[in-house]
Write a protein that binds this ligand. Structure first.
Ligand code: ACM
Length: 676
């Protein structure tokens, strides 16, 4: 009998452990079991490589060793992983069968076994081994005064072959360092495609030898030289990440026309655009010279970027310049082209022929899916799941971005629960295969090199898990636990998403004394959806250094407060939640007083002063609501109408920023009102 109890106890421990690790690995592996063993990591830890890899596994393993040292503080004596180095048995043994090609669908699987005797990482390709190295780093734990890797068996491979991040370097240029640290972040969560949106109305960001006025006149001096691109390609390739370039055409092209106005559908002169939104300038698709130009341009870019895929944009052409141009209208008549959509389809067919001539597969946004566009084109779906389904049902390979617009500041949970292959699409097996994966899109209207990390991370790790892990891995609380754990690990790579919050607050306050400001900003978030894409007078030259830029989506304190309220509303005897709720409300009630002088002294933050006052006001009401609930007393009618007004007032965004605990406090108020 006793034995049975011991067995049950051991099984429970194992189960608990498995639960525990579910909250650690992101993306969570396809198959994973833990056995309670520990491999201690100490200064004698070594890494050795066997098999037929190419040389990038050595640099990847050396980087992993450096990160292991950095995280553990251990002076591990091995300095470099080179052929023949390391002692299998004293650490990690990597076995790789062959070098991978950096192409879509390449084998990224790996098999990891950790026992008390050592760590074995086996992979068909070095790409798989690189993914496995990230898993090992995420597994590192400390306990009883030492570091160890937990005993486990992991079999892993991605669910989707296309797991991307788009970075828009057009609206706001991002220096090479920024791109590199984000490539590192992507690799840490096993993403494999960096989509560089290189050209926009607001900037032409790449050196072009054939048409140098593109970058010279179209970029205000902010562009990547071709040497820098080659360096980035190498950097990304070392980490198993492909770079897909986008040259957005025929719209979003003002910056091209600064140097080459003859490409446009209306006479110039043109200037680099500073406003945000959808602009009129569009290429003239009726002139042969346009295609001669694009042919040379894409020829040069096809050589520079080795990837099989090239993105030609195709989105948001409002067609105004086409409508106003008599020559274009005549061309449409002569060629029986009846609409702007048909004209753009004609343009895209011409582009498809050019890209195919250079051995590339052409990707375009939803809008390129027009009759006559062959299914050799790939659709990137951004306007909704219907577009994704329509593309797959029409036979196009498709990449999902709708639902992954991280620039819009929605919570990670929204992105996490957007599955590229929901059953509701009713796709056949063949159609399901056409869904290549997805891409988080980091449009840069409202971010600069200083703030972009805070919009990308850690939320993009949730999208990375959605694209790598099984669809059944979908617990939102676990996801938030994992984001919290991965976030400081991402900081090890130089990403600034956490540390820049305090940096901005210090800058705004002009001193180190930011405690009260932090209490306030911890419950703020930037508005979602830019208030439905009204950029509120912003241009690319606006300051992106205000409170809205310091605060981040998914305000943790607010989320936790709202969860406490939910628990308490369900069970008003929950004294622990009540106590914590009360503590928060008291702090917010008094915080405005602490901040009031700051608002006078630092006008840069005065756009959110009302929010600080409103937070204090609704916190008082929240405390009153708690009292009514505790005393089981019915709140008077006057109180209800006063509080409703306060809550409405506190719901109004200020300085592009909103208070995220209004919902929680409202719930308390409703609970108080509904007591009897
Ligand atoms: C897009 O967001 N215009 C692709």
């Amino acid at each position: 009998m006793q034995r049975i109890y011991i067995l049950i106890f051991l099984l429970c421990c194992k189960n608990l452990q498995a639960q525990d690790y579910k909250k650690i690995l992101i993306p969570y592996p396809q198959a994973c079991s833990f056995n309670g063993a520990r491999f201690p990591v100490n200064e004698g830890f070594t890494i050795s490589v066997r098999g037929e890899p190419d040389k990038r596994i050595y640099s990847a393993a050396t980087r992993m060793l450096t990160r292991l040292k950095g995280r553990s503080g251990l002076f591990i004596s091995q300095q470099e992983v080179v052929p023949g180095a390391g002692t299998p048995g004293s650490g990690l043994l990597i076995r790789v069968t062959r070098a991978a090609n950096n192409v879509l669908g390449e084998d990224e699987s790996y098999h990891l076994v950790i026992t008390v005797d050592g760590i074995m990482l086996n992979a068909e390709t070095d790409l798989g081994a690189i993914r496995g190295l990230e898993t090992i780093l995420q597994l590192l734990k400390a306990g009883n005064g030492y570091y160890y890797l937990p005993g486990c068996v992991i079999d892993d491979a991605p669910r989707f072959p296309w797991r991307g991040l788009l970075i828009d370097v057009g609206r706001h240029f991002m220096p090479v360092d920024v791109i590199k640290r984000n490539i590192d972040g992507m690799a840490a969560v096993k993403m494999n495609v960096l989509h560089l949106h290189l050209t926009e109305d607001q900037g032409f960001r790449i050196e072009c030898k054939a048409f140098p006025k593109l970058h010279e006149l179209g970029s205000e001096g902010e562009y990547y030289s071709q040497d820098q691109i080659r360096d980035l390609l190498h950097y990304a390739g070392e980490r198993g990440i492909r770079i897909v370039p986008e040259f957005d055409m025929p719209g979003h092209t003002t910056s091209w026309f600064v140097g080459y106005p003859e490409l446009a559908s209306a006479p110039g002169p043109y200037h680099v655009e500073h406003r945000l939104g959808v602009m009129d300038p569009v290429m003239d698709p009726t002139r042969e010279s346009t295609y001669t130009f694009i042919d040379s341009f894409l020829g040069e870019m096809s050589k520079l970027f080795p990837d099989e895929y090239i993105h030609i944009g195709g989105d948001e052409n409002n067609g105004r310049q086409w409508k106003r141009n008599p020559a274009i209208q005549l061309f449409m008549q002569v060629h029986a082209i009846h609409s702007n959509n048909e004209l753009q389809a004609y343009f895209n067919r011409r582009l498809l022929a050019i890209t195919e001539k250079y051995g590339k597969k052409m990707i375009g946004w939803d809008e390129i899916m027009q009759p006559g566009i062959p299914t050799s084109a790939i659709i990137q779906s951004w306007r909704g799941m219907e577009g994704l389904a329509r593309a797959a049902k029409s036979g196009y390979p498709v990449i999902l971005s709708s639902g992954y617009y991280i620039d819009l500041n929605f919570p990670a949970s929204d992105h996490y629960l957007t599955d590229p292959l929901p059953d509701s699409l009713h796709l056949t097996t063949a159609q399901r295969k056409l869904i290549l994966g997805g891409e988080a899109t980091m449009w840069s209207e409202m971010v600069t090199w200083e703030t972009i990390d805070s919009r990308i991370w850690p939320r993009t790790a949730a999208i990375a898990e959605r694209l790598w892990s099984d669809a059944s891995v979908n617990s939102v609380p676990d996801m938030y636990d994992k984001l919290e754990r991965i976030s400081p690990q991402l900081e090890e790579l130089g990403l600034t998403h956490e540390k820049n919050v305090d940096m901005f607050l210090r800058r705004l306050a002009g001193n180190e004394n930011v405690a009260a400001l932090r209490v306030f900003t911890d419950v703020l978030e930037p508005i979602k959806d830019y208030g439905s894409i009204d950029y509120a007078g912003y241009t690319t030259g606006s300051p992106f250094t205000k409170i809205v830029d310091a605060v981040r989506p998914d305000a943790k304190v607010a989320r936790e407060f709202n969860i406490l309220v939910r628990n308490f509303a369900a069970d008003s005897k929950d004294a622990v939640s009540e106590k914590k709720i009360r503590q928060w409300l008291i702090q917010w009630k008094h915080n405005h007083l602490a901040l009031r002088s700051a608002f006078r002294q630092y006008p840069a933050i005065d756009d959110v002063e009302m929010l600080s006052r409103d937070l204090s006001v609704i916190s008082v009401s929240g405390l009153e609501a708690l009292d009514y609930i505790r005393l089981k007393k019915h709140p008077p009618l006057l109180w209800r109408s006063r509080v409703e007004k306060e809550l409405q007032q506190a719901s109004i965004p200020r300085g592009m920023t909103e208070i995220m605990v209004v919902a929680g406090i409202r719930k308390l108020v409703e609970r108080a009102e509904g007591y009897f």
